[in-house]
Design a protein around this ligand. Sequence first.
Ligand code: FBP
Length: 548
Amino acid sequence: MKKSPLQQARASYQPKLPLGLRGNVSIHEGAPTQSVDNQGEIKQLFPHTYGLPLVDFQPTNEPRQYEQRNVGVILSGGQAPGGHNVICGIFDELKKQNPNSRLYGFLMGPGGLVDHKYIELTSDIIDEYRNTGGFDLIGSGRTKLEEPSQFEAGLEILRQLQISALVIIGGDDSNTNACVLAEYYAAHQSGVQVIGCPKTIDGDLKNEQIETSFGFDTACKTYAEVIGNIQRDANSARKYWHFIKLMGRSASHIALECALQCQPNVAIISEEVEAKGQTLADIVEHIASVVAARANQGNNFGTVLIPEGLIEFVPAIKKLIAELNDLLAAHKQETESMNVTELRAWLTQNLQPENAATLNSLPDAVANQLALERDPHGNVQVSLIETEKLLSEMVGAKLSQWKTEGKYIGKFSPLHHFFGYEGRCAAPSNYDADYCYALGASAAQLIAAGKTGYMAIVKNTTAPAEQWVAGGVPITMMMNMERRNGQMKPVIRKALVRLDGAPFKTFAAHRDEWAQDTCYVYPGPIQYFGPAEVCDQCTITLKLEQGK
Ligand code: FBP
């Protein structure tokens, strides 16, 4: 494989490990835990993996013998920078514990376990992927592991390969499924431990125990670089309004972090839209008034950041999606074979009149996407909805109206961008490279400690890496019951942007100034080599959340 000079130099980067994982390791166990809500139901559903203690790893002088073991690893869901380093961290730690231990990678996501598609990961293979972006080492997929038949099919290959532990690297849905699998294998005394790792560029798998999901740091820095470049172009040419949609299926963490890094003229935060009960028309009015105010100063240019998931947070559309999900789940057979025109007609008849009206008020492309197929986890595929174009068209129409009313005197030339896939496979920042490697090593330690139904965690990551603290959190601790496809299900609670949190408050305190004036910041590209204050910084979100 031909490598760029940067790739070659980056291959020899040695990720920094927390002190607690460097030499001999002892495990410290805390008090029993409880789920964040619905304790009774979650306990009943997870009798073998509920109530376990939090654990962390500390350095010790006592050496320990580790038995030989075979471990499997799966990458699940969307790509996120650093996934390869999690696998490298597991591999190195396993081999350090016992050189005869082996690591197997299941191919193309959880489906690889069910379909028995795997490779053994040897040092020759692993060394090619150190500190690289992407998930191409073993591929990823969105197959949902939820049926006992899948668990049994998995068990067959695990037994064949004598694998006694499985690491599932994924987001909230995948880790929920990891816990279901852990419970099933524990209940059936299958002799297989299951450990999760917090992955997703969306940044919404975080809570008291998980500081951030890996990949968020690199993805935001990658988008912020390009947004900064666009802003500099906008400020040079002074003739375009750039409507930039940013990935993040649900939560607006990416849009918020990019706003904090780049100081754009407008950034919409979906969670605020929902809290204020705003309509699409309200959002359009807000953007148009910023465009008009800047035009009054002769500034017919600017940037608008739009979170990918916005549409689902507009209350009327949210209500519509909730009914659509239930209705389509209840009439799966009947609706499955319909083409989109038939489906739209059927929905108009069967939705509540208010929701049917909302659906039919949307442009066809958006309405069809909402009505069509969900991903395997039941999510609307928001990355396929062109919200940036929808909003700029509506803003253009509003400005034309204001022009005829004599309220606007500018020129509005919008350009559109969608940044998502550009950042999901970027070479991990030092933060993600270190964080992921430590998560992998931590997962291997949890396995050695006999744990199952845990997620590997690393805390205190705003400090230098040697002061980070690795450990594990019982997955059930992060669960509550939520409605999914018409049924109440145990799931890990998604972390949305908190409007009372420091990142949003900091943004809200500055946004009027950023709208009016041109306060752009140009973050520039991720730096891998150089002073720590340039190369080893975490996101602004994380610093503000941790009060740093
Ligand atoms: P995960 O939650 O699986 O990490 O995926 C996140 C994400 O990148 C979202 O931001 C985006 O909406 C979605 O994946 C896109 O999905 P796909 O890769 O299937 O196009």
